[in-house]
Structure formats: structure tokens, C-alpha cells
Design a protein around this ligand. Structure first.
Ligand code: MAN
Length: 226
């Protein structure tokens, strides 16, 4: 067998050169077509293998981003948006109001924040956890911007930034019917326990969180806890 490998040595010089050149150009052709790695380094990858590896990586990235968006959609579907999904329309929307040295922000079914007018970091006053109801008995102001009296829908925001020598901040949002979304009043009931009185069209025509004179919301069965 050895003789086969040494065949080249038995060839006349001109033929040996010809064979060598043919081999070199064949190798170049393989490299050009991505079949053979260009380096003599055994660990080097051929362009074809590299392209396949890149395609796999891109497909895997694509798959994880689709998985993430599927998880987001699933958790959105299981999230409680209230009777008849009424708060879904307000999702990702926020309202603000200046009060004292702060601007207060309420993001619907998101979080509440206190922003100092002097700048600096914002203080998280809680994140939405659940719906509730409360009974109020206020005089309705002439401009209609108040809670009035009766049972009102409450949004509970909890687990905000820890208060020095106090609890984690929390906010109780008491809602009443209004043409547009607006914070009417903000109070700090006790240290780091906040209350916002807020107007929204989302609760118009509701009593104790249920649609007045209809059982549409309740008949849907799954989200009738309001
Ligand atoms: C900040 C604000 C106040 C709060 C105090 C408690 O100044 O969040 O609302 O009462 O901290 O230390």
C-alpha cells in the first residue's frame, strides 16, 4: 500500500507538478464552495458548517422570543380585567396629578408612583393586586368630580417601596364615574398608606362593581367577583 502513497515520487517531475497543481486547485474549489475549512487548523469550521450553526442560533432566538410572547399572551388572558373585562381598555394607560411636593402617577392595573418635583428617583407606591369595593358617603361637588355616596369599586395596589420605620407603601384607589380618567384627590391616610379618589368612565353604570340593571357581567361566570 505504501507504494500507492509514494506514487508521486515515482512520477517524472513534470507529471508530479501537474498532479500537485490539480490537487491544489481541487482543494481551492472545495474551500470556495464552503465544503472544506480554509485553514489547516483542524478545529477551524468550514463556512457551510458556520452558516448552519448561525441559522440554528437564529432559529433558537426566534423560538425563545415567540415563547416569551406566548407566555405574555397567556398571562394577559388569565389576568383579571374586572367585570366584562371593563378595565382592559385602560391597560397600559396612566394618569397624573400634582399634589404638594410630588406628582402622583396611577397606571391602570399597573403601579402607582410618587415623583418628587425636585427630581430624583421615583417612589413606588404599590402594584395592582386585586379589586375590592368600599362604601363611601361624600357630598358630590357641584362639578361632579367626587365619589358621591354608595358602593364604589376599589383597586388595591400593594407591595410598594418600603417605608422607613413603616410598612411597604400601598395605595387604595377608589373609583367613581366620570367622563374622562382623572385623579381627583390624593391623601396619605397614615404613613405610606395612600388613597386616591379617581374618576373613570370604566365604572359608569356600575353599582358595587356590577353593571346596573343587567346580568351580562355576572352571566359570564368567571369574572363576577367585582
Ligand atoms: C417620603 C414620601 C412620603 C412618606 C415618607 C416616609 O417622603 O414617600 O409620602 O410619608 O417618605 O418616610
Amino acid at each position: 500500500m505504501l507504494i500507492v502513497y509514494q506514487l508521486e515520487a515515482y512520477l517524472p517531475p513534470a507529471a508530479r507538478k501537474w498532479v500537485n497543481e490539480k490537487l491544489r486547485s481541487f482543494r481551492a474549489l472545495l474551500i470556495e464552495n464552503g465544503i472544506l475549512a480554509s485553514s489547516h487548523d483542524a478545529s477551524a469550521e468550514s463556512p457551510a458548517l458556520e452558516a448552519a450553526r448561525n441559522a440554528l442560533k437564529a432559529a433558537e432566538d426566534d423560538l425563545s422570543s415567540h415563547k416569551r410572547s406566548l407566555e405574555d399572551s397567556n398571562s394577559d388572558l388569565t389576568k383579571d380585567y374586572g367585570t366584562s373585562d371593563i378595565f382592559r381598555a385602560l391597560k397600559d394607560k396612566c394618569v397624573e396629578k400634582d399634589s404638594g411636593e410630588y406628582t402622583y402617577e396611577l397606571c391602570w392595573l399597573g403601579s402607582t408612583k410618587q415623583k418628587s418635583k425636585k427630581g430624583g428617583a421615583h417612589t413606588l407606591m404599590g402594584s395592582f393586586v386585586s379589586f375590592d369595593t368600599t362604601t363611601v358617603d361624600d357630598e358630590t361637588p357641584v362639578d361632579g368630580k367626587g365619589l358621591g355616596s354608595g358602593e364604589r369599586v376599589v383597586l388595591k395596589y400593594e407591595n410598594g417601596q418600603h417605608c422607613w420605620n413603616g410598612p411597604n407603601r400601598s395605595t387604595m384607589i377608589v373609583l367613581a364615574c366620570s367622563e374622562s380618567e382623572e385623579i381627583w384627590k390624593i391623601t396619605e391616610e397614615e404613613k405610606c398608606v395612600y388613597r386616591m379618589e379617581v374618576g373613570t368612565s370604566a365604572v359608569c353604570g356600575m353599582e358595587a362593581g356590577k353593571p346596573v340593571g343587567g346580568d351580562k357581567g355576572a352571566s359570564e361566570g368567571t369574572k363576577d367577583e367585582l
